[in-house]
Design a protein around this ligand. Structure first.
Ligand code: KG4
Ligand code: ZN
Length: 343
């Protein structure tokens, strides 16, 4: 079975081919055009996808050593995402499926992230049959779910304001870092002292509010943004410059400590022995390390995607389509587009 996956929900144009559940190609083109604007410009993203989609799909098919006619299923992201960007990939997939007379499977982008820890070059590696806790942390989403073996998931927490990736990107921008600042903060943090300054950790059991947030699995990062802005405004530019790695490490610590604390607390509360972390922020080395340490301490199995599958990619789109088809959970050709997650 050959499945073509197409991903265009934000600023990565990606196509991948899965041969019998195994990744045979995964081509990703990241749009650098947005750097000058400090964030993704939706209209420019759509145009770039349109410019690149044909060649990226051709490369994915060629690299997998097949012809387009050998494809059995076309899977494409149908949302959530920038609606124009989603439309480019989905309409292309629709046209291709029509021309090749092959079924089209629409895929929810966030759902695909959730299962990206199970993408393998090794076909023996399957998604776990048991329940697991999923933390999805990207530029637009921060979400905790309980996932069961029918691939159903129940959202138990989400951000009430900014996403974790947005917190990295926006505080990084305040420090003068390029977009996306997440990977740069990660790099700087390696040379910095995470205890240099304590930035706020919202909605945690220790947060300074009258209410106990012990069983609250929602997240909030907008207060951190304000706190970083005030911190920068209250110090000389030379001081900020000199302590950039320490400030970056302190910001990173404030974000990842909340992510780890809440995810592990959810696993303990729901008595679930496995955690999967996915989305762009799961590439963060500090988050991986802290989550590994905490999971090891509590005897929890941890699944984190390879770095290339952490950020947006089409292999995860094809993988979810494959997983759902193999479990009889999807009917091809029944779809719509959506800018928001319909959880
Ligand atoms: O999943 P993704 O590629 O796209 C969205 O669907 O949003 O996630 C992109 C986000 C950006 O906010 C980026 O700064 C963040 O993931 N990111 C990181 C790292 N690599 C990517 N954040 C922290 N540390 C990283 N190493
Ligand atoms: Zn994503």
């Amino acid at each position: 079975m050959n499945i073509l996956g197409i991903e265009t929900s934000c600023d990565e144009t990606s196509a991948a081919v899965l041969k019998n559940g195994r990744v045979a190609s995964n081509i990703i083109s990241s749009q650098l055009i947005h750097k000058a604007y400090g964030g993704v410009v939706p209209e420019l993203a759509s145009r770039e996808h349109e410019r690149l989609i044909v060649s990226i799909v051709d490369r994915a098919v060629n690299e997998a050593n097949i012809q387009k006619n050998d494809l059995d299923i076309i899977a494409a992201t149908a949302g959530p995402g920038l609606i124009g960007a989603v439309m480019v990939g989905l309409c292309f997939a629709q046209g291709l499926a029509y021309a090749l007379k092959k079924p089209l499977v629409p895929v929810n982008h966030i759902e695909a992230h959730i299962f990206s820890g199970f993408i393998q070059e090794d076909p023996e590696h399957q998604a776990p049959e048991d329940n697991f806790i999923s933390l999805t942390v990207s530029g637009g989403h921060t979400m905790l779910c309980v996932v069961d073996n029918d691939l159903h998931y129940r959202v138990i927490g989400r951000t009430i304001d900014d996403a974790a990736g947005e917190a990295f990107d926006k505080t990084g921008k305040m420090l003068g870092l390029d977009y996306p600042a997440g990977p740069l903060i990660d790099k700087l943090s390696k040379e910095g002292n995470a205890d240099f300054h304590t930035f706020p950790r919202a909605l945690t059991a220790q947060s300074r509010t009258s209410k106990s947030y012990r069983d609250n699995f929602d997240f909030s990062f907008s207060g951190l943004k304000t706190s970083v802005l005030n911190y920068i405004n209250n110090h000389e530019p030379e001081f900020i410059e000199q302590h950039l790695p320490d400030i970056a490490a302190s910001i990173q610590e404030a974000i990842i400590s909340v992510l780890v604390e809440k995810t592990v607390a959810a696993a303990l509360k729901y008595n679930i022995g496995a955690i999967s972390v996915a989305g762009g922020v799961s590439a963060n080395s500090g988050l991986r390390h802290k989550m590994e340490t905490s999971c090891a301490k509590h005897g929890i199995r941890l699944f984190v995607p390879k770095a290339v599958y952490s950020t947006d990619n089409a292999a995860m789109i094809a993988t979810l389509a494959s997983l759902k088809l193999s479990r009889g959970l999807v009917k091809p050709n029944n779809y719509d587009v959506a800018p928001f997650a319909s959880f």
